[in-house]
Design a protein around this ligand. Structure first.
Ligand code: SF4
Length: 216
């Protein structure tokens, strides 16, 4: 796992994740990015900022319709509106963003997973990038890359199983985890796409699926 990280970092450089000016913005982004491209999230965040609504208090003062309209560019905007409002209620139960994010990691994760539409990937993105806990974020790109490298027998392996592969081998360092996840996303977009572009791939020397022509 360490060698893969070093190869990706050498090839792509630091990715500067997670984009966001505040911990609250990171949390909002983690929900808005579900099932959509990041550029759509950026458009929604820009609209929230332009409306002066990117704080828990301001967001909570909006009606469901007003909030839905602002986050519409992120897609699935009615579902995401309900998820954001559930997150706002959880924040309010703990006083403020800092109160919520200062919960122990296990408790915070359980509370986030209990919210509608928040799965392990979104919860762990919040734990890692907003709260700074050393929790490795797994997504479909992670599974695809590991499977092709020959490190994951089944691409449909469970979330926690894949997470453990990273967490048992890497130092528990949130900066490392954050960078590693971002690099895997970058790699899945640049080389290890649905139809992989193997020539020039920085992981080719350690990849069991390497094909010179990228012809799967
Ligand atoms: S060599 Fe091909 S299959 Fe292997 S990681 Fe690179 S792009 Fe993916």
């Amino acid at each position: 796992m360490v060698e893969i990280y070093q190869r990706l970092l050498s090839a792509y450089g630091p990715q500067g994740w997670w984009p966001g000016e505040s911990r609250f913005e990171v949390m909002v982004g983690a929900i808005l990015t579900q099932a959509t491209a990041w550029r759509n999230v950026e458009r929604a965040i820009e609209r929230l900022k332009a409306a002066g609504a990117l704080s828990p208090e301001k967001l909570a003062s909006l009606s469901e319709e007003e909030l839905a309209e602002l986050v519409r560019p992120a897609g699935f905007f009615r579902q995401k509106t309900r998820r954001l409002r559930a997150l706002l209620r959880l924040i309010r139960q703990h006083g403020d963003v800092e109160g919520l994010l200062s919960l122990p990691a296990g408790e915070l994760r359980r509370k986030l997973l209990a919210l509608p539409g928040i799965g392990p990937e979104t919860a762990d993105s919040i734990l890692l990038y907003a709260a700074g806990y050393p929790v490795f974020v797994v997504d479909a790109y992670t599974k695809r890359i590991l499977h092709r490298l020959g490190l994951l027998p089944d691409e449909k392996a469970g979330y926690e199983e894949v997470q453990e592969l990273f967490e048992k081998e890497l130092p528990r360092d949130p900066k490392l985890y954050g960078e590693y996840h971002a690099l895997l996303v970058r790699h899945a977009k640049d080389h290890c796409r649905t139809r992989p572009r193997c020539p020039g791939c920085p992981l080719a020397p350690v990849c069991k699926s390497f094909k010179g022509q990228g012809d799967f």
